[in-house]
Design a protein. Structure first.
Length: 153
């Protein structure tokens, strides 16, 4: 359905996700698929301006997406390009949303939906998305290979 190319990485989405813009899956040696789409996803915003719009104009829709992830007991990363906490605090974005309200919304999302906020430059997005999913898949594979590690600790 969609494909995006950045920094030499190709990210493809072959089906609609219940939450987030990107997720991942891999085929194991025995032919079974390890699919993260119900447990890990990345929601990408191109800048703080777009995120302000999500918190203001389309907050209900945006919040429903995070509620779906929380109800699925999933991890949702919020990847924000061209942004930093310093820009958020300083109001360096195009919106009437006050910096105090914007930062309050961001930190409420952290607490309420247990999401992970990642800031990066657009040139890093593809590499970062790949790395996040690589690590998430690797962690799951290690648990699958060593199930006693869960009970031993």
């Amino acid at each position: 359905m969609t494909q995006e190319r950045r920094a030499g990485a190709a990210i493809r989405s072959h089906r609609k996700l219940d939450f987030g813009d990107y997720s991942a899956a891999c085929t194991l040696e025995d032919g079974t698929e390890l699919d993260l789409s119900g447990s890990v996803a990345i929601e990408r915003k191109m800048d703080l301006d777009e995120l302000c719009g999500c918190f203001c104009r389309s907050r209900d829709r945006f919040e429903r997406e995070f509620i779906r992830a929380k109800n699925a007991d999933a991890k949702l990363y919020l990847l924000i390009e061209n942004g930093t906490w310093e820009k958020a605090y300083a109001g360096k974005y195009r919106s009437r949303m006050q910096p105090k309200a914007f930062v309050a919304s961001l930190t409420a999302w952290l607490a309420r939906y247990n999401c992970q906020i990642i800031f990066c430059e657009p040139a890093t997005t593809g590499k970062l998305i790949r790395e996040v999913f690589y690590r998430e898949l690797k962690e799951r594979l290690e648990v699958m290979e060593c199930p006693q590690a869960i009970t031993d600790s």
